[in-house]
Structure formats: C-alpha cells, structure tokens
Design a protein around this ligand. Sequence first.
Ligand SMILES: [Zn+2]
Length: 152
Amino acid sequence: MPHKVKPRLEVRHSAVHGQGVFALVNLAEGDILIDYAGEVISMQEAIRRHPHDPNDPDHTFYFHIDDEHVIDGLQGGNDARWINHSCRPNCEPDEVQGRIVIKALRPIWRGEELTFDYDLFSDEPMTEALKARYACRCGSPKCRGTLLGAQG
Ligand SMILES: [Zn+2]
C-alpha cells in the first residue's frame, strides 16, 4: 500500500488578505511546515521583474533572503507564497541548509491561519505615505500599521 501523507496545510480565502494558508492539523512549536520555494534571483533581477501585477504594484511573491538575493515565489513557487503577514505571527522564516523554510513559532491549532512577519524592506525614505502603501490590517493589538520592517 502506498503511504499517504495527510496534508497539513491548505490554501483558502482569508479574512486578512485574499488567499491564506491554514493548518489542517495541530502543529507543534518548531515544526518545519513548508519550504518557501521559488527561483532564487538577484536583487537587480527582482527590481527588473517588479511588479508582478501592474494593477497591484506593491504585491509581489518575493521573499528577501538577504541584501542581494530574493526568492521569486511566482516562478516555481508553492503554497508558501500565500502565507499572509502578521505583526504578531505564529510562524517565522528560517534558513536550513540553504533552503528557506517556514517554521512554527508556537503551537498552532487546526484551523488557524499561518502568518509570518514580512519585515519588508524599502529603499525609499520611511514616510506616512510609504507606510500607507504597505498598510497592515492584521488586526493584532500590537499591529505596527505597516508591512515594512523597522529598518525600512
Ligand atoms: Zn499588523
């Protein structure tokens, strides 16, 4: 009999933003849930490809590995690209043997939406207008109001 692995995650409509990724089973703290898959490209190439959707220019499927490397989740990506941002996330990205993975920060209950802190970087000066372009509506009591990180 072939071994069937029960899927642990599911993509469906989210109250936070468009699609989201939800736990189908209870997950333990420290569990590696999914790879952030996609094509690894240079920052320069990422800027050239941007935006993915001209109608929604600030929404991309990029994951910034470091100052020079970006994962483009649109090319060869997986469900990880649908994980939404939260200022009080239950997951965090981590690097394991050169792969970027999404790891549970705490126990996650079946039915919960997975989130991580995008901590976005912009080379534009931080202004109220820039923050508003990347507005966060995660609804957490500690929401900082933007997807941009403190260094942005
Ligand atoms: Zn927030």
